[in-house]
Every structure is written in C-alpha cells, then in structure tokens.
Design a protein around this ligand. Structure first.
Ligand code: SAH
Length: 376
C-alpha cells in the first residue's frame, strides 16, 4: 500500500485550524506494516524509528489509540490523534456455542456491523474473518449473500478482527485464520493482501496457517498468486459443471470452471501452496453419485483435496436442506475410490448461527450489549 497524499494530511503544523478529518480521511494505523509506518512518519518529518515504535504499540502492546503510545512525544501523540486512529471496532454482541465456537458481532466506525468467529480446537485456535460487509457473490444457499454488498472492509478492519478476537480470548494464542466470514475476499483483493501481509509480518501468523476462500474470482486468484504470499487457497466449487454451479454460485457465469481450475493450477505453481476444493453438500441438489463421478472427472489432473461441507441451514432459505449422512457417505466413497483425499468439515457454532454461510444476523443493535456482559 502506498501512502498517498489523501491519506496523510499535508499540513501537520496547522492542526489547530484544520477542519476535523472525516472518517474516510483518517489514517487507520492498524493495517500498516512497520516499514509503511516508518514511511508515514518520515514523510511527516519524524525520525524513522517512530514507525517501529508505533508498530510495537499497535501489534504488541495493543494500544487502542495514539494517545496511549506513551513513549512518543506528547506533541506527536496529540497530532496523531487528529488524523489517525488505531482500534476502530467495538463489540455489539457475542454468542457462544457449546462446542466452543464464539461468534462476535463487531461494529465498524460507520455503524455497520460484521461478524467474526473464534474457533478453538484441541491442537490449535483458528478464527474466521470477514472481508466485506455483506457480499456481492449472491450464492443462493448463503445467508451473507442476502445482505448484498454494503461496503469493502479496509485492511485495518480485517487485521483488527484478529487482534480483537485474540484480546477477547487471551488464554490461547490464535494460530490460524480463514477468510471464510462475510464477503468474497478476492473481490476485495488489495485490502486482503495487505491484511495478510500485516498478519504475517507484524502479528507473526505463519503464512501456511492462513487460508483465503474464494468463489473463484479469477482475476483475484491470479493477483493473490502474484503477491507471492504463501497462503492456502480454498476454492468453493459446490458443483461439477457450470450449469448446476450457476444455480448455486451465480459468479459461475463470469468465471467458468475450466478457467477457475486453470487459475488454481497457476496459484499452486506460483506459491507452492495447496489448493483445497470446497463442496457444500445440499440434499438432492448437488450430492448424487453422478455428481460425485462428474466431480472426480472434473478434478482429474488438478491436485488438491476435497473438503466436504455439510450444508448449514439458513433461515429464510427453506428450499435447501443438508444431505443425509447416507448420501454424504456415498458421495465421499466415490471420490476416495478415485484416489482423491477427502476431508469433512466439522460443523462448529451451528447453534449460534456461526457456522459457514450463516453469518448475517448482526444488525448493529445496541440493545444486546447486556448480552455481552452476561456472557463474559
Ligand atoms: N466468499 C468465500 C467465503 C465464503 S464462506 C467463498 O465463497 O469461498 C466459506 C465457505 O462456506 C464457502 O465455501 C461457502 O460456499 C460456504 N457456505 C456458504 N453458505 C453455506 C451454508 N449455508 N452451509 C455450508 N457452507 C456454506
């Protein structure tokens, strides 16, 4: 990310006469790497080491605002407070499921809300992050799609979700993050790449523990490959042919399967990382034995495991139901017999609508603050 003139006010000296910057003009310090913060500081006539100092405050000491960065000169803190922000998210509500998954509804500065999910496992802790408010992809089985796209998240807002969840759950270190919350990450690819960079470089999350899930937005896939970040890619297939796929994933009309699979091959080549194929199993829609055989044929020559996801019911989408375990078993056996590695996604957070495709409920209502206090 380059720090353009419009991001950093040009006249630091005139702060007392300056009109307060609007939200859009404020620089979100979280979401910038230490070296970008260094550039920002030197551009404003500060010594270069201020960048590192600020990064430490943001990512290690978890300062909520510039005023808390007590080893900066008071004049700089006051100045920063007029044009920059650190933390911007606030909690609206949390819902904990018996299986340990906790869904947080988080409010953005402009009042819109997103959801992020904490997912503790025996051997690791993962989080599910949102990349957009709502989603433009329109998948017919997904709750988020029904919101449409409200706006893109910034890199800072994406990174903040991770920091927020870690601070809310300080007992275990979050080691993994998946971009499987609200939104299509590769239709907000520059912000997602920047967020990944900050998570890797500043928050020290291992790149191989980061997974971006996509509907198959081909230009975004190629751009992510080109970024050189060795993160995992998960590809939402959900159907073995473009006709059926278009009924479930409307972006199939823009990007046909063959084009998507060839972009996935290129991704694998360029990054050295594996691609996983996700397949939501919806009863009598895409889960027949013929579908399984067609999927086997489609993926022939393209390496990568298949992750079967039992469909999670969404209120208001009554036409779909989860495949029976019998049908899941048969589907799975056909893939395995063809030599494919198959995993099945554990259902987490179902009881609190925190499972895949169920994120949409946050309404920004302040009435549920009570709920947060009670649950903590
Ligand atoms: N836009 C990204 C991230 C979406 S969420 C993508 O499409 O990959 C992550 C996964 O959950 C996707 O594979 C998505 O298709 C799936 N999903 C969406 N709704 C679901 C539902 N109701 N039940 C199960 N999985 C669902």
């Amino acid at each position: 990310m380059s720090l353009t003139e419009s991001q950093a006010p040009a006249n630091p000296e005139g702060s007392s006469e300056r009109v307060q910057p609007t939200d859009a003009e404020l620089v979100h310090l979280i979401g910038l790497t230490s070296s970008e913060l260094t550039t920002l500081m030197t551009e404003r006539g500060q010594p270069a080491y201020r960048g590192k100092q600020i990064a430490r405050w943001l990512y290690s000491k978890r300062a909520a605002s510039p005023s808390m960065m007590t080893d900066l000169p008071a004049s700089l803190r006051t100045d920063l407070d007029t044009w920059a922000v650190a933390r911007t998210l606030s909690a609206i509500r949390m819902d904990a499921a018996a299986d340990g998954a906790i869904k947080y509804a988080l409010q953005l500065r402009d009042g819109l809300a997103i959801e992020a999910v904490y997912l503790p496992y025996q051997d690791r802790v993962s989080v599910c992050l949102s990349s957009q408010v709502g989603c433009p992809a329109g998948c017919t089985f997904c709750a988020t799609a029904r919101m449409g796209l409200k706006r893109q998240l910034t890199a800072g807002e994406i990174v903040e979700q991770y920091l927020w969840l870690q601070d809310a759950q300080p007992n275990r270190r979050i080691s993994h993050a998946v971009f499987m919350g609200m939104g299509e990450p590769l239709l907000n690819v520059e912000a997602v790449i920047q967020a990944l960079r900050v998570l890797i470089v500043e928050v020290q999350v291992s790149a191989r523990n980061l997974t971006v899930s996509t509907v198959g937005a081909v230009p975004g896939m190629l751009r992510l490959a080109e970024s050189g970040l060795p993160v995992n890619l998960a590809l939402s297939l959900h159907a073995p042919n473009d006709g059926l796929r278009a009924q479930l994933v409307p972006t199939a009309r823009a990007w046909p399967l063959l084009q998507i699979l060839s972009a996935a091959d290129q991704y694998r080549l360029q990054t050295g990382r594996d691609v996983t194929y996700e397949y939501v199993l919806i009863n009598n829609v895409n889960d027949s034995e013929a579908n399984a055989r067609a999927l086997t044929d489609l993926l022939d020559g393209h390496s990568g495991s298949v992750n079967l996801i039992p469909y999670n019911p969404v209120k208001g989408i009554e036409v779909y139901e989860p495949s029976t375990s019998d049908r899941i078993g048969r589907f799975r056996r056909i893939l395995v017999a063809a030599g494919r590695t198959v995993t099945q996604r554990m259902r987490r957070g179902l009881a609190v609508s925190a499972a895949c495709g169920q994120l949409a409920g946050a309404d920004g209502s302040k009435t549920s603050q009570r709920h947060i206090r009670r649950s903590r």
